[in-house]
Design a protein around this ligand. Structure first.
Ligand code: PCA
Length: 204
């Protein structure tokens, strides 16, 4: 069986929960030996080092980053850009503006997960899934870029990519009850996200 690593994020900004952390926790409790997990703070400082150690220790055949993003679909990200341009500070207070993530590295790395096959599998399971051409310029983009950069150097046969999941219903409800500006966000249940991730783990 192929070994898979799931990497998620802790909560950030005004959120008290991050569905990616909930998903990674869930899979770590039911994990077979071939599944590795890592939860990162939403901080630029230390991300490269932590992810690099994780990949070099476990040498997973597939690495899947996960994070939350507003929207109504599971988003299979196509590309990570070599840039950090944070709209809000990270949880350590850093807010780089149009900075390269790694000087001298390529401008971008593509995910090499089988995006189209994955999308079809999730759609066949009635899970709304899109392929996204921008993971943003915050920590999720940074994680995707970092995963592929490290894989190219240390585990060149491996595949890696990133998946954005929507907010949880509790986060959308909180948005409305706390009268945050903007329209009520879309959401997806944790059960559906788990089912999606289960398909992804089986497919890659
Ligand atoms: N989402 C953020 C970072 C952590 C997360 O879950 C992003 O989309 O960059």
């Amino acid at each position: 069986m192929r070994s898979v690593s799931l990497i998620g994020f802790k909560p950030f900004a005004h959120y008290h929960i991050n569905p990616s952390q909930e998903l990674v926790r869930y899979f770590s409790t039911i994990a077979p030996h071939s599944l590795h997990t890592l939860i990162l703070p939403v901080q630029q400082d230390g991300l490269f080092q932590t992810v690099s150690e994780h990949i070099q220790t476990h040498k997973p055949d597939a690495v899947i980053g996960i994070g939350q993003a507003p929207g109504g679909t599971i988003r299979l990200e196509r590309v990570g850009l070599n840039v950090a341009d944070f709209r809000i500070p990270d949880t350590a207070g850093a807010q780089p503006s149009a900075q390269p993530l790694i000087e001298g590295a390529p401008d971008a790395y593509f995910s090499n997960l089988p995006l189209q096959g994955l999308q079809q599998r999730l759609l066949d399971a009635s899970i709304p899934t899109t392929i996204s051409d921008s993971a943003g310029t915050y920590l999720c983009n940074q994680l995707l870029f970092t995963i592929r950069h490290i894989q190219k150097e240390h585990t060149p046969e491996a595949i890696g990519g990133f998946i954005h999941v929507p907010l949880l219903p509790s986060q959308a409800a909180e948005h409305i009850s706390s009268k945050r500006p903007g329209p009520a966000p879309a959401s997806m249940s944790l059960e559906t996200m788990r089912e999606a991730l289960q398909h992804v783990i089986e497919y890659v």
